[in-house]
Design a binder for this molecule. Structure first.
Ligand code: KG4
Ligand code: ZN
Length: 336
Protein backbone atom coordinates (compact mmCIF):
# COMPACT_ATOMS: atom_id res chain seq x y z
CA UNK A 1 0.00 0.00 0.00
CA UNK A 2 1.40 3.39 -1.01
CA UNK A 3 0.07 6.58 0.54
CA UNK A 4 0.85 10.09 -0.66
CA UNK A 5 1.06 12.53 2.25
CA UNK A 6 0.62 16.29 1.93
CA UNK A 7 1.49 18.84 4.63
CA UNK A 8 0.91 22.62 4.50
CA UNK A 9 -0.19 23.58 8.02
CA UNK A 10 2.40 26.30 8.63
CA UNK A 11 5.49 27.41 6.70
CA UNK A 12 6.63 24.17 5.12
CA UNK A 13 5.10 22.70 1.97
CA UNK A 14 5.77 19.00 2.05
CA UNK A 15 4.90 15.76 0.26
CA UNK A 16 5.97 12.18 0.80
CA UNK A 17 5.18 8.66 -0.31
CA UNK A 18 4.99 6.06 2.47
CA UNK A 19 4.74 2.33 1.90
CA UNK A 20 4.25 -0.15 4.77
CA UNK A 21 5.27 2.47 7.32
CA UNK A 22 8.48 3.44 5.50
CA UNK A 23 9.08 6.75 3.73
CA UNK A 24 10.07 6.26 0.09
CA UNK A 25 10.44 10.01 -0.33
CA UNK A 26 10.37 13.11 1.85
CA UNK A 27 10.26 16.49 0.09
CA UNK A 28 10.07 19.69 2.14
CA UNK A 29 10.02 23.20 0.68
CA UNK A 30 10.68 25.57 3.54
CA UNK A 31 9.45 29.16 3.48
CA UNK A 32 11.91 30.47 6.08
CA UNK A 33 13.35 33.07 3.70
CA UNK A 34 9.81 34.41 3.01
CA UNK A 35 9.08 35.07 6.70
CA UNK A 36 12.56 35.79 8.10
CA UNK A 37 12.37 39.57 7.78
CA UNK A 38 9.05 39.63 9.65
CA UNK A 39 10.44 37.65 12.59
CA UNK A 40 7.64 35.09 12.36
CA UNK A 41 5.24 33.39 9.96
CA UNK A 42 2.92 35.76 8.06
CA UNK A 43 -0.20 33.64 7.37
CA UNK A 44 -1.21 35.18 4.03
CA UNK A 45 2.33 34.92 2.65
CA UNK A 46 2.46 31.30 3.83
CA UNK A 47 -0.74 30.44 1.93
CA UNK A 48 0.48 32.12 -1.24
CA UNK A 49 3.80 30.28 -1.19
CA UNK A 50 2.03 26.95 -0.60
CA UNK A 51 -0.08 27.63 -3.71
CA UNK A 52 3.07 28.30 -5.76
CA UNK A 53 5.07 25.24 -4.77
CA UNK A 54 2.65 22.49 -3.76
CA UNK A 55 2.29 20.84 -7.19
CA UNK A 56 6.05 20.71 -7.90
CA UNK A 57 6.62 19.42 -4.35
CA UNK A 58 4.13 16.57 -4.93
CA UNK A 59 5.69 15.77 -8.31
CA UNK A 60 9.13 15.62 -6.68
CA UNK A 61 7.85 13.34 -3.93
CA UNK A 62 6.49 10.90 -6.54
CA UNK A 63 9.71 11.08 -8.57
CA UNK A 64 11.96 10.54 -5.54
CA UNK A 65 9.82 7.54 -4.55
CA UNK A 66 9.99 6.25 -8.16
CA UNK A 67 6.24 5.94 -7.95
CA UNK A 68 3.65 6.61 -10.64
CA UNK A 69 0.14 7.89 -9.93
CA UNK A 70 -1.24 4.44 -10.78
CA UNK A 71 0.62 3.01 -7.76
CA UNK A 72 -0.81 5.48 -5.22
CA UNK A 73 -3.56 3.91 -3.07
CA UNK A 74 -4.66 6.90 -0.97
CA UNK A 75 -4.02 10.55 -0.20
CA UNK A 76 -3.44 11.76 3.36
CA UNK A 77 -3.43 15.46 4.17
CA UNK A 78 -2.99 17.57 7.30
CA UNK A 79 -6.42 18.98 8.16
CA UNK A 80 -5.70 20.37 11.67
CA UNK A 81 -4.31 22.18 13.60
CA UNK A 82 -2.56 25.02 11.80
CA UNK A 83 -3.05 28.23 9.86
CA UNK A 84 -6.45 28.03 8.18
CA UNK A 85 -5.44 29.43 4.80
CA UNK A 86 -2.30 27.31 4.71
CA UNK A 87 -4.19 24.13 5.63
CA UNK A 88 -6.81 24.85 2.98
CA UNK A 89 -4.20 24.85 0.21
CA UNK A 90 -3.13 21.28 1.06
CA UNK A 91 -6.69 20.10 1.62
CA UNK A 92 -7.94 21.55 -1.68
CA UNK A 93 -5.13 19.94 -3.63
CA UNK A 94 -5.58 16.61 -1.82
CA UNK A 95 -9.33 16.61 -2.48
CA UNK A 96 -8.86 17.46 -6.16
CA UNK A 97 -6.30 14.70 -6.63
CA UNK A 98 -8.40 12.15 -4.72
CA UNK A 99 -11.47 13.04 -6.76
CA UNK A 100 -9.64 13.02 -10.09
CA UNK A 101 -7.95 9.68 -9.41
CA UNK A 102 -10.81 8.13 -7.43
CA UNK A 103 -8.62 7.57 -4.36
CA UNK A 104 -9.50 7.49 -0.66
CA UNK A 105 -8.85 10.78 1.19
CA UNK A 106 -7.67 10.83 4.81
CA UNK A 107 -7.52 13.98 6.94
CA UNK A 108 -4.69 13.76 9.50
CA UNK A 109 -4.11 15.68 12.72
CA UNK A 110 -0.65 17.27 12.65
CA UNK A 111 -0.03 16.55 16.35
CA UNK A 112 -0.91 12.89 15.96
CA UNK A 113 1.52 12.82 13.05
CA UNK A 114 4.39 14.35 15.10
CA UNK A 115 3.68 11.85 17.87
CA UNK A 116 3.92 8.92 15.43
CA UNK A 117 6.90 10.19 13.40
CA UNK A 118 9.39 7.98 15.35
CA UNK A 119 7.70 4.82 13.99
CA UNK A 120 8.91 5.62 10.48
CA UNK A 121 12.36 4.58 11.71
CA UNK A 122 11.55 2.29 14.64
CA UNK A 123 8.36 0.36 13.81
CA UNK A 124 8.83 -1.99 16.79
CA UNK A 125 8.90 0.76 19.42
CA UNK A 126 6.82 -0.46 22.40
CA UNK A 127 3.54 0.87 23.81
CA UNK A 128 2.70 2.34 26.26
CA UNK A 129 4.99 5.33 25.97
CA UNK A 130 5.03 8.96 26.99
CA UNK A 131 5.47 11.31 24.05
CA UNK A 132 6.41 14.97 24.06
CA UNK A 133 5.43 17.00 20.99
CA UNK A 134 7.50 20.12 21.23
CA UNK A 135 7.29 22.52 18.30
CA UNK A 136 6.73 26.12 17.28
CA UNK A 137 3.01 25.87 17.92
CA UNK A 138 2.75 23.18 20.60
CA UNK A 139 4.25 21.76 23.74
CA UNK A 140 2.06 18.81 24.66
CA UNK A 141 2.76 15.68 26.67
CA UNK A 142 0.81 12.49 25.93
CA UNK A 143 0.39 9.02 27.35
CA UNK A 144 0.10 6.73 24.34
CA UNK A 145 -1.34 3.29 25.05
CA UNK A 146 -1.65 2.28 21.41
CA UNK A 147 -1.89 3.82 17.96
CA UNK A 148 -4.90 6.17 18.17
CA UNK A 149 -5.17 5.86 21.97
CA UNK A 150 -3.78 9.13 23.28
CA UNK A 151 -4.27 10.82 26.61
CA UNK A 152 -3.16 14.44 26.96
CA UNK A 153 -1.21 14.77 30.23
CA UNK A 154 -0.36 18.44 29.97
CA UNK A 155 0.28 21.31 27.58
CA UNK A 156 1.73 24.78 27.60
CA UNK A 157 -0.31 27.50 29.26
CA UNK A 158 1.28 30.28 27.24
CA UNK A 159 4.01 30.11 24.59
CA UNK A 160 5.10 26.88 22.94
CA UNK A 161 8.74 25.93 23.56
CA UNK A 162 9.67 26.64 19.91
CA UNK A 163 7.95 30.00 20.14
CA UNK A 164 10.04 30.79 23.22
CA UNK A 165 13.20 29.83 21.28
CA UNK A 166 12.10 32.04 18.38
CA UNK A 167 11.26 35.03 20.59
CA UNK A 168 14.45 34.74 22.64
CA UNK A 169 16.45 34.60 19.40
CA UNK A 170 14.85 37.85 18.22
CA UNK A 171 15.74 39.49 21.56
CA UNK A 172 19.33 38.34 21.05
CA UNK A 173 19.33 39.71 17.50
CA UNK A 174 19.77 36.26 15.96
CA UNK A 175 16.81 36.38 13.54
CA UNK A 176 14.21 33.78 12.60
CA UNK A 177 13.76 30.82 13.02
CA UNK A 178 15.41 31.05 16.40
CA UNK A 179 15.66 27.44 17.55
CA UNK A 180 18.49 26.32 15.25
CA UNK A 181 20.35 29.62 15.79
CA UNK A 182 20.20 29.40 19.58
CA UNK A 183 21.21 25.74 19.29
CA UNK A 184 24.29 26.73 17.24
CA UNK A 185 25.31 29.76 19.35
CA UNK A 186 24.90 27.80 22.59
CA UNK A 187 27.84 25.59 21.63
CA UNK A 188 30.12 28.60 22.27
CA UNK A 189 28.47 29.65 25.53
CA UNK A 190 28.47 28.67 29.19
CA UNK A 191 25.14 26.98 29.91
CA UNK A 192 25.42 27.71 33.64
CA UNK A 193 26.25 31.42 33.33
CA UNK A 194 22.68 32.53 34.12
CA UNK A 195 20.06 30.90 36.30
CA UNK A 196 16.37 30.80 35.40
CA UNK A 197 13.48 30.14 37.75
CA UNK A 198 11.48 27.04 36.86
CA UNK A 199 7.69 27.52 36.77
CA UNK A 200 5.98 25.87 39.72
CA UNK A 201 3.42 23.11 39.17
CA UNK A 202 2.18 20.39 41.48
CA UNK A 203 3.75 16.92 41.07
CA UNK A 204 0.70 15.52 39.30
CA UNK A 205 0.36 18.43 36.88
CA UNK A 206 2.20 18.15 33.58
CA UNK A 207 1.52 21.56 32.10
CA UNK A 208 4.26 23.81 30.81
CA UNK A 209 4.92 27.53 30.79
CA UNK A 210 7.64 29.38 28.89
CA UNK A 211 6.73 33.06 29.01
CA UNK A 212 8.75 33.54 32.22
CA UNK A 213 11.93 32.27 30.51
CA UNK A 214 11.39 34.67 27.64
CA UNK A 215 10.82 37.62 30.01
CA UNK A 216 13.97 36.69 31.94
CA UNK A 217 16.01 36.80 28.70
CA UNK A 218 14.56 40.23 27.90
CA UNK A 219 15.35 41.61 31.37
CA UNK A 220 18.89 40.19 31.44
CA UNK A 221 19.56 41.57 27.95
CA UNK A 222 18.16 45.03 28.81
CA UNK A 223 20.24 45.19 32.00
CA UNK A 224 23.41 44.22 30.13
CA UNK A 225 22.67 46.77 27.43
CA UNK A 226 22.29 49.53 30.03
CA UNK A 227 25.64 48.65 31.56
CA UNK A 228 27.36 48.20 28.17
CA UNK A 229 28.01 44.50 28.78
CA UNK A 230 26.49 43.08 25.59
CA UNK A 231 29.19 41.34 23.57
CA UNK A 232 29.46 38.03 21.69
CA UNK A 233 30.39 36.12 24.85
CA UNK A 234 27.43 37.54 26.75
CA UNK A 235 25.05 36.55 23.95
CA UNK A 236 26.45 33.03 23.71
CA UNK A 237 26.27 32.57 27.49
CA UNK A 238 22.69 33.85 27.62
CA UNK A 239 21.64 31.66 24.66
CA UNK A 240 23.28 28.58 26.21
CA UNK A 241 21.79 29.21 29.67
CA UNK A 242 18.31 29.82 28.24
CA UNK A 243 18.51 26.67 26.13
CA UNK A 244 19.75 24.61 29.10
CA UNK A 245 16.92 25.91 31.31
CA UNK A 246 14.30 24.88 28.72
CA UNK A 247 15.95 21.52 28.14
CA UNK A 248 16.10 20.82 31.90
CA UNK A 249 12.42 21.72 32.29
CA UNK A 250 11.25 19.64 29.30
CA UNK A 251 13.39 16.62 30.24
CA UNK A 252 12.26 16.66 33.85
CA UNK A 253 8.55 16.75 32.92
CA UNK A 254 8.91 13.99 30.34
CA UNK A 255 10.83 11.70 32.71
CA UNK A 256 8.58 12.20 35.70
CA UNK A 257 5.46 11.48 33.61
CA UNK A 258 7.05 8.31 32.22
CA UNK A 259 8.01 7.16 35.72
CA UNK A 260 4.61 7.95 37.19
CA UNK A 261 2.76 6.05 34.44
CA UNK A 262 5.15 3.12 34.27
CA UNK A 263 5.75 3.70 30.56
CA UNK A 264 8.03 1.42 28.53
CA UNK A 265 9.43 4.21 26.45
CA UNK A 266 9.76 7.92 25.89
CA UNK A 267 9.35 9.70 22.58
CA UNK A 268 10.45 13.16 21.57
CA UNK A 269 8.99 14.80 18.48
CA UNK A 270 8.29 18.16 16.81
CA UNK A 271 10.63 20.87 15.59
CA UNK A 272 12.30 21.53 18.96
CA UNK A 273 13.20 17.82 19.13
CA UNK A 274 15.85 18.78 16.54
CA UNK A 275 17.67 20.52 19.41
CA UNK A 276 20.92 18.66 20.04
CA UNK A 277 21.12 19.34 23.78
CA UNK A 278 17.53 18.21 24.29
CA UNK A 279 18.10 14.99 22.31
CA UNK A 280 21.29 14.18 24.22
CA UNK A 281 19.86 14.95 27.65
CA UNK A 282 16.63 12.98 27.15
CA UNK A 283 18.64 10.05 25.75
CA UNK A 284 20.92 10.07 28.80
CA UNK A 285 18.05 10.28 31.29
CA UNK A 286 16.09 7.57 29.46
CA UNK A 287 19.10 5.23 29.63
CA UNK A 288 19.51 5.95 33.35
CA UNK A 289 15.84 5.12 33.96
CA UNK A 290 15.70 2.08 31.63
CA UNK A 291 13.21 3.56 29.18
CA UNK A 292 13.41 2.82 25.49
CA UNK A 293 13.95 6.15 23.79
CA UNK A 294 13.33 7.29 20.27
CA UNK A 295 13.61 10.64 18.60
CA UNK A 296 13.14 10.96 14.83
CA UNK A 297 15.94 12.04 12.50
CA UNK A 298 16.14 15.84 12.20
CA UNK A 299 14.14 15.97 8.93
CA UNK A 300 11.34 13.93 10.52
CA UNK A 301 11.27 16.11 13.68
CA UNK A 302 10.49 19.34 11.86
CA UNK A 303 7.36 19.58 9.71
CA UNK A 304 7.23 16.95 6.99
CA UNK A 305 4.68 14.90 5.07
CA UNK A 306 6.15 11.45 5.78
CA UNK A 307 4.58 11.56 9.25
CA UNK A 308 1.25 12.56 7.68
CA UNK A 309 1.37 9.71 5.16
CA UNK A 310 2.38 7.31 7.97
CA UNK A 311 -0.72 8.15 10.04
CA UNK A 312 -2.86 8.12 6.88
CA UNK A 313 -1.70 4.58 6.08
CA UNK A 314 -2.47 3.43 9.63
CA UNK A 315 -6.01 4.82 9.37
CA UNK A 316 -6.51 3.34 5.94
CA UNK A 317 -5.51 -0.10 7.29
CA UNK A 318 -8.14 0.36 9.99
CA UNK A 319 -10.77 1.22 7.37
CA UNK A 320 -11.00 4.90 8.28
CA UNK A 321 -11.17 7.63 5.68
CA UNK A 322 -12.54 11.16 5.32
CA UNK A 323 -15.28 12.31 3.02
CA UNK A 324 -15.13 15.30 0.72
CA UNK A 325 -16.61 17.60 3.34
CA UNK A 326 -13.17 17.53 5.01
CA UNK A 327 -12.33 21.05 6.16
CA UNK A 328 -9.48 22.84 7.91
CA UNK A 329 -9.53 23.30 11.70
CA UNK A 330 -7.17 25.84 13.27
CA UNK A 331 -7.14 24.37 16.80
CA UNK A 332 -7.55 20.70 17.49
CA UNK A 333 -5.85 18.93 20.41
CA UNK A 334 -5.75 15.15 20.58
CA UNK A 335 -6.18 12.91 23.62
CA UNK A 336 -8.55 15.20 25.55
O1 KG4 B 1 7.46 21.21 14.12
P1 KG4 B 1 7.90 22.48 13.49
O2 KG4 B 1 8.74 22.38 12.24
O3 KG4 B 1 6.67 23.38 13.14
C1 KG4 B 1 5.56 23.50 14.00
O4 KG4 B 1 4.65 22.61 13.89
O5 KG4 B 1 5.59 24.42 14.81
O6 KG4 B 1 8.68 23.31 14.60
C2 KG4 B 1 9.26 24.55 14.33
C3 KG4 B 1 9.90 25.07 15.61
C4 KG4 B 1 10.43 26.49 15.51
O7 KG4 B 1 9.97 27.23 16.63
C5 KG4 B 1 11.94 26.32 15.54
O8 KG4 B 1 12.61 27.42 16.11
C6 KG4 B 1 12.08 25.09 16.39
O9 KG4 B 1 11.02 24.24 15.99
N1 KG4 B 1 13.37 24.43 16.18
C7 KG4 B 1 14.30 24.29 17.14
C8 KG4 B 1 15.43 23.68 16.52
N2 KG4 B 1 15.11 23.44 15.22
C9 KG4 B 1 13.85 23.90 15.03
N3 KG4 B 1 14.29 24.66 18.42
C10 KG4 B 1 15.41 24.40 19.14
N4 KG4 B 1 16.52 23.84 18.64
C11 KG4 B 1 16.56 23.46 17.35
N5 KG4 B 1 17.68 22.90 16.85
ZN1 ZN C 1 4.79 20.70 13.42
Amino acid sequence: MKVLGIESSCDETAASVVEHGRALSNIVASQHEVHARFGGVVPELASRRHVEVIIPVIEQALAQAKTSWEEIDAIAVTSAPGLLGALLVGISVAKSLALARNLPLIGVNHLEAHLNAPFLEQPDFPHPYVGLVVSGGHTSLYHVKDFGDYHLLGATRDDAAGEAFDKAAILLGLGYPGGPRIDALSKQGNARAFRFTKPKFSDSNFDFSFSGYKTAVRLLYQKAEETGLVDEKFKADLAASFQQALVDFLTERLMSAAQMLGAKGVVLSGGVAANRTLREQVKLEAEKNNFRFVVPAMNLCTDNAAMIAYVGEQYLKRGKRSDFSLGATANQEIGL
